[in-house]
Design a protein around this ligand. Structure first.
Ligand code: PEP
Ligand code: MG
Length: 966
């Protein structure tokens, strides 16, 4: 029979932190804290396995659970010295969810279970605080009727008509009638009156009495928590986060401790380091005389935990450090122990009951990208973790957050701050204001960029928060549920902007006399907590983050796969170099004819493509030559000392035909043609299927002089730089190859031009390499022959994907969504390399190419070079480098480092496995005789061998070289 209930408390626990799958994160960590002797209220965890049983039985709990729960409850009673349901001195419990992976605010909680008409007098006698007991009771009714009697019963009330809201209205009415401002103004008698009206309302709305029996309340709570695993919010969140439905949640039943028993009681949420910035100082929020939900619900702006980490909005509020110094010191000591124990930032929940500290939760804290990077770097420096672990602490998308835009500081300086709030999610964003989650989703579907503005953050808003570029709320703290969720997603977010008066129904908000209506643009600086009217410009903000560069150094030291950039201008090349690119893997020559400042070169190119014969073409090429050489030289110079792969002209020539009348006219007169004659020449270039037409190497085969001019430009640029004392490393790359003979043809031209350039510059050799792209399936299959004529391959997986699937890369948008929605393909193959199809061709190409030339240099320059999963594939496939756009370079570097570390980790295990197999298969007679030891012992030894440490010297050497490069 499976064990269904795990007890914790009194310095002991049946579970431990490694048992998250069974006990959920919360339960496993409560058990661990109990084992560590920390002050944890006793309790027990009902396993995730029971959740599975619950659903298998159509919403019924297994019979066997009753006994186990009763036994565990008796254990809690023994430790806490009180009995559940005892009229004289009742034990109260909480009932909380806890999945394997934290799903903040997405499931249900019921507190104060066990308060009934029978136990209330005993509670009043014990606490000597009638008001507190009645306040706890009204909270129980509010939560229980909502979670257990309404949600868990599958009742779906109309917007604003839920039982919780209806009860809240009763409370507001009572406060109004008495002229009270705050909930705390309600007296014990007021609360008694309120409870009576609550109970009547529950019967009126839900048609059932609120249960007055402790055990019935407990089982109702347990069932409701299991039920909430399949609640709307939880299902949405799981879909977004990719959490499988089969995991289920555990239920934690735990003795209640009260933070709302008066001024010596409090409750709070803390992080061992700041989850929004990574600042290593203890950080958190607390509220005196409050229950946990008050802090996270965002209904009261919480106080800062300590003096050092106050933010600009909380100067006037008391810190726990000053208000309760002894408790703060105890909490700080626990913070230190927990962080050391878990070797990671922890997210803590605590309650202080009448001056006594209780720990209610610890878990690895969610953090945004900048914080993740800073923590990883700091923890290596503090020797808490090794660099091999540090790189697993940052996901590629978190790193991406650092490369995300921030508001343009200049524009920001000039703009008046409209409102100030708490900086819950850094970075900047501009967008149109919407006021409901549903509108956010709808507007984004219409292609708009929106900022979701709410009175307070609310877990029900999850879909809208996801769709919006940023979130802004008038109320709530840094640890409100939705702020946590936003941070987890790396979204720009400001909460608690108190000056804002939000009118959801009127679709507007105002600050003073400024009113912002639905659809108006606003801008947020989530790092400072500033709100601006209007749309401010954005810039990328990673450059001045020193932790980012330190982190990249760690990645560079650990990865074995090279990372280059796809760049076509000296500016992009310099940017890529700054991010750590080790060269350029793709310089698309045609890009020098696109965009601003390229008009003259484009005009000359157009003359060339409209030429009627070789003589005219050569004349145009002569004019074009200095432009091409200048551009190539600029990039070679920016990448001095690093390789630059320059791809010869690739697109079908028809792409460059002018469309505008004035341009056509200008070209016609320059060529001495009439417009009709020009059009006739342009029409001759037209192709039915240009992507498979006259492009790439085929152009060079038909017009050798075009290849000749480009190669001459490359080699002369390199020779000139060498003369200037600069190391140029050009790699000439031929595109769209399908046969070795195409390459032989082009190589002849290269050889001839090289000899001419060498002679012109009076040198023996102009250093360069000659290689090809592999972007046609036939090229991958014929790679053994192709390798004979080349020194390197670069997989052009954009075209290779197009040609392998037969999906036009320019038209796939029309049907890709259907393929993904129907699960026909797991991902867009133009974003993530299709490893089982296209990947097989890549592997084949590598194997066949290297069979001919073992040292063949191999890379990838399709978009996949910046996709983390595809980078892992390239590492495993044995490529020398990946090449991607400059802003993806850090992400590719991280993915490459993670792949290298994962491989190293797996290797000793493989060795051990091999060792384990060997003696068992063939008992080595000789060894047996000599050692006279049973094979098993040898096996054990091999299996226990520690992971070999990286050779320090090499690592250092590599690190040094890379540091110099930045
Ligand atoms: C490719 O095909 O993968 C490639 C890099 O070339 P382009 O995208 O320019 O066709
Ligand atoms: Mg291509």
């Amino acid at each position: 029979m499976p064990k269904r209930v795990y007890f914790f408390g009194g310095g002991k626990a049946a579970g431990k932190s490694e048992m998250k799958n069974l006990l959920g994160g919360k339960g496993a960590n409560l058990a661990e804290m109990a084992r560590l002797g920390m002050p944890v209220p006793a309790g027990f965890t009902i396993t995730t396995g029971v959740c599975t049983e619950f659903y298998e039985k159509g919403g019924k709990l297994p019979k066997e659970l009753t006994k186990e729960v009763e036994k565990a409850l008796a254990g809690v009673e023994a430790i806490m010295g009180r009995k559940f349901g005892d009229p004289a001195d009742p034990l109260l419990v909480s009932c909380r969810s806890g999945a394997r992976k934290s799903m903040p605010g997405m499931m249900e909680t019921v507190l104060n279970i066990g308060l009934t008409s029978a136990t209330i007098p005993g509670m009043v006698a014990r606490t000597n605080n009638e008001r507190f007991v009645w306040d706890s009771y009204r909270r129980l009714i509010q939560m229980y009727s909502d979670v257990v009697m309404e949600k868990s019963a599958g009742i779906e009330p109309a917007e604003g008509k839920g039982i919780r809201q209806q009860l809240e209205h009763l409370m507001d009415d009572l406060k109004d009638s008495k002229g009270y401002k705050n909930d705390t103004d309600l007296t014990a008698d007021d609360l008694k009156e309120l409870v009576a009206s609550y109970k009547a309302k529950v019967v009126e709305v839900l048609g059932k009495e609120f249960p007055d029996e402790a055990m019935e309340q407990l089982w109702g709570g347990v069932r409701a928590v299991f039920q909430s695993w399949n609640g709307k919010r939880a299902v949405s969140y799981r879909r977004i986060e990719g959490i499988p439905g089969e995991w289920g949640t555990a239920v934690n039943v735990q003795a209640m401790v009260f933070g709302n028993m008066g001024d010596t009681s409090a409750t709070g949420v803390a992080f061992t380091r700041n989850p929004a910035t990574g600042d290593p100082r203890f950080y958190g929020e607390w509220l005196p005389n409050a229950q946990g939900e008050d802090v996270v619900a965002g209904t009261r702006t919480p106080n800062p935990l300590n003096e050092a980490t106050r933010s600009s909005g909380t100067e006037h509020l008391p810190s726990l450090e000053k208000s309760m110094p002894a408790v703060y010191q105890e909490l700080h000591a626990i913070r230190d122990r927990l962080e050391k124990h878990y070797r990671d930032m922890q997210d803590l929940e605590f309650t202080i009951e009448d001056g006594r500290l209780w720990m209610l939760q610890t878990r690895v804290g969610k953090r945004n990208g900048p914080a993740a990077v800073r923590m990883a770097v700091d923890m290596v420096e503090e020797r808490m973790i090794k660099s091999t672990e540090a790189i697993t602490r940052v996901t590629p998308s978190q790193l991406d957050e650092l490369l995300h835009p921030i508001l343009d500081p200049k524009a920001e300086k000039a703009a008046p701050v409209l409102a100030k709030g708490l900086p819950a999610g850094p970075g900047g964003a501009s967008g149109q204001v919407v006021f409901t989650a549903a509108d956010a989703v709808k507007w984004v579907e219409q292609g708009k960029q929106v900022i979701l503005v709410r009175e307070e953050t609310n877990p029900e808003d999850v879909e809208g928060m996801r769709a919006a570029v940023a979130i802004l709320t008038a109320r709530g703290g840094m640890t409100s549920h939705a702020a946590l969720v936003a941070r987890g997603w790396g979204k720009c977010c400001i909460v608690g902007a108190g000056e804002m008066d939000v009118d959801i129904a009127g679709r507007k908000f105002s600050v003073g006399d400024v009113t912002i209506n639905e659809g108006d643009p606003i801008s947020l600086n989530g790092t400072k907590g500033n709100v601006y009217a209007g749309e401010l410009g954005m810039v990328v903000g990673s450059e001045d983050n020193p932790y980012f560069y330190s982190f990249m150094k760690i990645c560079d030291r650990l990865r074995t796969l090279g990372v280059r950039a796809n760049a076509d201008t000296p500016e992009d090349a310099a940017k890529a170099r700054g991010f750590g690119a080790q060269g350029i893997g793709l310089f698309r020559t045609e890009h020098m004819f696109y965009g601003k400042g390229t008009e003259e070169a484009l005009f000359k190119l157009r003359k060339m493509i409209h030429a009627k014969d070789e003589a005219e073409r050569r004349a145009a090429l002569d004019e074009l030559f200095p432009h091409v050489k200048k551009d190539i030289k600029g990039t070679l110079k920016a990448m001095e000392g690093l390789p630059v792969t320059i791809r010869l002209l690739d697109p079908p020539l028809h792409e460059f035909v002018p469309r505008a009348d004035d341009e056509r006219q200008k070209l016609a007169s320059s060529l001495g043609l009439s417009l009709d004659e020009l059009d006739a020449r342009a029409d001759a270039l037209h192709e039915v299927n240009p992507m498979m037409g006259h492009r790439g190497v085929r152009l060079g085969v038909t017009y050798p002089e075009v290849t000749e001019m480009q190669i001459r430009a490359i080699l002369e640029a390199a020779a000139e730089l060498t003369k200037e004392g600069k190391k140029a490393m050009p790699e000439i790359m031929i595109p769209v190859t399908c046969d070795v003979n195409e390459l032989k043809d082009q190589k002849e031209i290269a050889k001839r031009v090289h000899a001419e350039v060498a002679q012109k510059f009076g040198v023996k050799k102009v250093a360069h390499m000659f290689g090809t792209m592999i972007e046609i399936p036939r090229a991958a299959l014929k790679a053994d022959e192709i390798a004979e004529a080349t020194e390197f391959f670069s997989f052009g997986t954009n075209d290779l994907t197009q040609m392998t699937f037969g999906f036009s890369r320019d038209d796939v948008g029309g049907f890709a969504a259907d393929y993904l929605e129907k699960g026909i393909l797991p991902a867009d193959p133009f974003q993530t390399l299709d490893q089982s199809g296209v990947g097989e061709l890549v592997k084949t190409g590598i194997a066949r190419g290297r069979k001919t030339k073992a040292k063949l240099k191999i890379g990838i320059c399709g978009e996949h070079g910046g996709d983390p999963d595809s980078v892992t594939f390239c590492h495993k496939a044995g490529m020398n480098y990946v090449s991607c756009s400059p802003y993806r370079v850090p992400i590719a570097s991280l993915a490459a480092a993670q792949a290298a570390v994962a491989e190293k980790k797996a290797k000793p295990a493989k060795k051990a496995k091999k060792a384990a197999k060997k003696p068992a298969k063939k008992p080595a007679k000789k060894a047996k005789k000599i050692l006279k030891k049973p094979a098993r012992k040898i096996v054990l030894k091999a299996a226990k061998r520690p992971v070999p440490k990286p050779k320090k010297k090499t690592a250092k050497k590599k690190g040094k070289k890379k540091r110099g490069r930045r």
